[in-house]
Design a protein around this ligand. Structure first.
Ligand code: FES
Length: 341
């Protein structure tokens, strides 16, 4: 049998190189060889993995340009791209998240609790004597019977790892979230792959931190904030939580408690459809950030939530001078087939 030939991918400016087979994506090849390309959705939608393609050719499934690729003339999306030649790409590498290998494992629903009209908190337990090693902000995939995956951010911090906490938003027509809300019982055994993703706190930075969460985008930020408190990060952290109406703030007391307990933490909820009884901020969450922030280029900005929120925020912040190296995002693809939350 003839071996399938490989192409070489070189990552600049680090000069690291890895091989990619003709039947795997550039991202899969990189992860297999522990090369820290950033990624999020792995489905071509969020744009997190976008890198500059300096040399070479790539193909995409069905020859379609993926939705998340902002600049097809000069860039590529490694999570979808199949190499058609040797490649040279330009990318920032993240090492820390990839030091932890992801695994597939069973877990049990320890308990679940409805936090609001459309958000369920799930607490998962791994088999006896097992703990999940992960970094704050990462996510896991449920592997459904039949092999489909559903991604959810981990909402707790690694030091508090007895159970894994998820915040699951009900999606119209989402078969997995319908199951979670309507029929899932405690003690149910599910299969997960974890940990995944490179949306993690850059702890070595000295810049103040802005966090912007839309809806259940609060979940990974909660994990990061609790981790930051635990390791004693003293940089200012401001959390903006954007939701439609007040009832969508599904854990309103928790960030208020953090604010009372930590001088370096501030919480600003922002409602896009506030009624007249609301005393706080209203409008688009990124506009509230812009109104409050004189020099956004001084900050590290972490954003999680629906793509429309992240894209609007990223465009406004970039226009105001924030460099892409200081923007970190995790985009949630809500939809019946891909109900990441
Ligand atoms: S577009 Fe590649 S990881 Fe989301």
């Amino acid at each position: 049998m003839q071996a399938m030939s490989n192409y070489q991918v070189k990552v600049q400016p680090q000069g690291k190189a890895f091989s990619v087979q003709q039947d795997e994506t550039v991202l899969d090849a990189a992860l297999r060889q522990n090369i820290g390309l950033e990624y999020g959705c792995r489905s071509g939608n969020c744009g997190t993995c976008e890198v500059t393609l300096l040399e070479g050719q790539v193909n995409y499934p069905d020859d379609d340009i993926p939705a998340g690729l902002a600049d097809p003339d000069y860039n590529c999306l490694p999570c979808q791209a199949i190499a058609a030649s040797d490649l040279v790409i330009e990318a920032d590498l993240v090492e820390q998240a990839l030091e932890i290998q992801s695994h597939t494992m069973p877990c049990k629903v320890q308990h679940h609790e409805q936090l609001s009209h459309d958000v369920m908190r799930l607490m998962l337990k791994l088999p006896e004597n097992q703990r999940l090693q992960f970094l704050a902000g990462q996510y896991l995939d449920f592997i459904l019977p039949g092999g489909e995956h559903r991604a959810f951010s981990i909402a707790n911090a690694p030091h508090d790892d007895e159970l894994i906490e998820l915040h699951i938003r009900r999606i119209d027509g989402g078969k997995f979230t319908d199951y979670v809300f309507d029929s899932m019982q405690d003690k149910t055994v599910l299969r997960i792959e974890a940990p995944l993703g490179t949306f993690t706190l850059r702890e070595e930075s000295i810049r103040p931190i802005l966090m912007i969460g839309g809806g259940t985008g609060f979940a990974p930020l909660k994990g990061m904030i609790e981790h930051a408190f635990h390791v004693g990060i003293s940089r200012p952290i401001t959390l903006y939580w954007g939701v439609r109406t007040e009832r969508d703030l599904y854990l309103p007391d928790l960030p208020q408690k953090w604010q009372r307990q930590h001088d370096n933490f501030a919480f600003i909820p922002v409602l896009s459809e506030a009624d007249s009884s609301w005393q706080g901020r209203s409008g688009f969450v990124h506009e509230a950030v812009m109104q409050d922030t004189a020099n956004i280029s001084d900050y590290d900005v972490y954003m999680t939530g629906p793509p429309v929120m992240i894209n609007a925020a990223a465009a406004a912040f970039e226009e105001a001078g924030l460099s892409r190296e200081q923007m970190f995002s995790d985009s949630f693809e809500y939809g019946a087939q891909n109900d990441k939350s």
